[in-house]
Write a protein that binds this ligand. Structure first.
Ligand code: NAD
Length: 273
């Protein structure tokens, strides 16, 4: 570890993303694993975080004490659950550190709490931390702006592994928001999240979502723009969770010298306008 390394805490350390984060921190220059936090009652408490992630011992046992873990830390990488991320947002704000939130399925009231915490913490939150998906969002917005709603229907399709608990995925919603922005409409009132039974014809101008679940799929997303006699498909396929973990670590390093505030991956990647 070098003196200037950014000291990062991984919460949800034994989870799928937690392990990917520990591996990426281990192989990335300029960052170090300061502490690892797991869920109360988890079988991994007390075990070495590096052993759990498969990179060998790192001398960082997984604890259940975020307050202790955040002491002297500079940033928290958080891919857990909405309620857990809300709790950690309060603690990160008290500690005035960087909080990278990858957790999806958050409610509007959770988002408000994250924004309140961002008065003191530097928060970067995104439903997808990969460069490819954030570029896809920019392309989706452009395509939705260019193709008129009267002749072109937009559908967002996603597939994830069978363990995923929220739907549509945070990424599908991110892409839906990008399409809505391009169209100048409000996604919440213009989206069709499920279809079942006699639905009637497709309402003009809406953005539809289709969710598939199965196997070990890390994350596949397509934005389909369907016109009369032609179809444009913009798509992204995540082959490995490390793309999200690398994005989260890059976000932490980016936020290190920023002012408190609520940022997105578009800010980190310089894709925001
Ligand atoms: P997971 O279930 O494998 O891991 C979540 C971990 O959080 C578990 O180990 C659990 O024990 C832990 N946890 C829960 N409550 C806790 C608490 N109170 N204290 C400490 N730890 C706690 O899930 P996953 O596949 O790693 O995904 C986690 C989240 O990240 C999901 O919301 C998922 O959709 C999201 N995700 C986001 C991105 C992105 O780029 N933004 C990418 C992949 C996954």
């Amino acid at each position: 570890m070098a003196v200037n390394d950014m000291r990062l805490v991984v919460v949800g350390a034994a989870g799928r993303m937690g392990q990917a984060l520990i591996r990426v921190i281990h192989e990335t220059e300029g960052v170090t694993l300061h502490a690892a936090v797991g869920r109360e009652g988890s079988a991994f408490i007390g075990k070495d975080a590096g052993e759990i992630a498969g990179v060998g011992p790192l001398g960082v046992p997984v604890s259940t004490d975020p307050l202790q873990a955040f002491l002297d830390a500079e940033g928290v990488l958080d891919f857990t659950t909405p309620a857990t991320s809300v709790t950690f947002a309060g603690l990160a704000a008290q500690a005035r550190i960087v909080h990278i939130i990858g957790t999806t399925g958050c409610l509007i009231e959770d988002e408000e709490k994250f924004k309140a915490a961002a008065r003191h913490a530097r928060v970067v939150k995104s439903g997808n931390m990969s460069l490819g998906v954030n570029l896809l969002g920019v392309l989706t917005e452009q395509a939705a702006r260019a193709l008129p709603a009267t002749g072109w229907d937009i559908e967002v399709m996603e597939m994830h592994h069978k363990h995923k608990v929220d739907a549509p995925s945070g990424t599908a919603l991110l892409l839906g928001e990008a399409a809505a922005k391009g169209r100048g409409i409000d996604l919440a009132s213009q989206s069709v999240r499920v279809r079942d039974g006699h639905t009637g014809p497709r309402p003009v101008g809406t953005i539809g979502f289709a969710t598939l679940r199965g196997g070990s799929v890390v994350g596949d997303h397509s934005v389909i723009l369907a016109g009369e006699g032609e179809l444009v498909t913009l798509s992204h396929s995540a082959r490995d969770r490390s793309i999200f973990a690398r994005g989260a670590v890059a976000a932490a390093l980016w936020a290190r010298d920023k002012k408190p505030g609520f940022y997105s991956m578009l800010d980190v990647l310089g894709l925001s306008r």
